[in-house]
Design a protein around this ligand. Structure first.
Ligand code: 9UX
Length: 69
């Protein structure tokens, strides 16, 4: 079955930020799809990727992320 994780993001202010965060998430092994919502400051990530690896990739790109409960 498909898995998805949601993250709360910080530091994004424009559409180019969205593209950077999506690129960072998509670089993580196991990610199938990343949908970043600028207005809601969220990322919905499908695939069997590690949440910690996703957060690390977003942080390395210069943004903040935490797993949404
Ligand atoms: Mo937009 Mo985001 O000009 O770091 S790329 S603010």
């Amino acid at each position: 079955s498909a898995t998805a994780q949601q993250f709360i993001l910080s530091g994004m202010t424009c559409a180019s930020c969205v593209a950077s965060v999506e690129q960072a998430i998509n670089s993580v092994s196991g990610v199938q799809q990343a949908n970043v919502n600028l207005a809601e400051r969220t990322a919905l990530v499908s695939g069997a990727a590690s949440a910690e690896m996703i957060i690390q990739a977003i942080t390395d790109a210069g943004y903040g992320a935490e797993l949404s409960e």
